[in-house]
Design a protein. Structure first.
Length: 309
């Protein structure tokens, strides 16, 4: 299984605060609050008494610990519960979102998202749990979860979205009320993703970057997804995705979010978007379910990796 890499990337080092989270002295990291956090420079040792040295050491150690505590933090963790732990549960038409105990990955509960096709219904098919205020332009974050397709999942050419980042623009001049940036979906037997960048209006001026055929997905098996994104509206952004512990996508030096300072939601669940977009269902499986467990986000890989918390 190879890594989807941008062919234009030639640098030999990843940007600051990537997988190993080792910052470079003198660089500035923008925390989730939007404030700039400088990285502590290496200090020059002064000729002072040994006891004073010990005191100074502990002061510097504590200051460094506190500084990195500000820069690195958990945004949220959910252990497969709903509605508790979420800001919103969105269910449309005949769909359902439920907390279950019979199909779980970790602990005693998981989230089951279901949607049912109706040929007489022509609106959207969301069954999602939503966490507000997960990222804004200028942030860097990690986002992870387990997911499992039902054992008899029928693989077709249509997309079934399982995770997305979206913002509500109903209170500003925009071409759309809700606009997603990054989406992750299953199409056929493949996991795929996309990013969305550019101005809010017109929609034709936005750039959608698709990452197709990333990796095979197996029905009835728990799969782990971890995303890292540097959310920028210019060419300083980057985007990575790990699947079952292996990096399958890595792209640098491109815009990863819209030209807006709106705060974005993180959603997981089943969004059968092709049923609406294609105005039909391909295949014969009109009832579909996806399970989710150990959903998390933060500013380090360990914050989002379900195997590390």
């Amino acid at each position: 299984m190879g890594i989807w890499r941008s062919t234009s990337f030639v640098a030999t080092q990843e940007p600051c605060f990537c997988h190993d989270n080792l910052p470079n002295p003198g660089q500035v990291h923008r925390a989730s609050s939007g404030s700039a956090v400088p990285i502590v420079q290496r200090c020059r040792e002064l000729p002072i008494h040994s006891n004073m040295k010990k005191s100074a050491f502990f002061v510097l150690f504590f200051a460094s610990y506190m500084l990195h505590g500000i820069a690195a933090s958990v945004i949220f963790h959910n252990t497969g519960t709903t509605p508790s732990g979420w800001d919103q549960v969105l269910v449309e038409h005949n769909g359902n979102v439920a907390q279950v105990t019979n199909v779980v990955k970790e602990g005693s509960t998981a989230i089951k998202a279901t949607q049912i096709y109706d040929p007489n219904y022509h609106n959207r098919y969301h069954s999602e749990v939503i966490k507000y205020d997960v990222y804004g332009r200028g942030d860097m974050g990690f986002y992870g979860f387990w997911f499992r397709l039902q054992s008899d999942w029928e693989f077709t050419s249509q997309r079934y979205n399982i995770a997305q980042f979206e913002a509500d623009f109903s209170d500003v001049a925009s071409c759309d009320t809700f606009i997603p940036t990054t989406m992750v979906w299953v199409r056929g037997t493949k996991l795929e993703a996309r990013t969305n960048s550019g101005p809010l209006c017109p929609t034709s001026a936005r750039t959608t970057t698709n990452f197709n055929n990333l990796v095979d997905v197996t029905a009835g098996v728990w799969h782990k997804v971890v995303i890292q994104a540097n959310w920028q509206s210019d060419n300083t952004g980057y985007f990575k995705l790990w699947f079952d512990g292996t990096k399958v996508l890595e792209r640098f030096n491109f815009p990863t979010t819209l030209q807006s300072d709106k705060r974005y939601q993180f959603r997981v669940g089943l969004y059968a978007n092709s049923w609406h977009d294609d105005n039909q269902m391909v295949g014969t499986q009109g009832t579909r379910s996806v399970w989710f467990d150990e959903i998390g986000a933060g500013t380090t890989f360990a914050d989002a990796d379900p195997d590390q918390w």
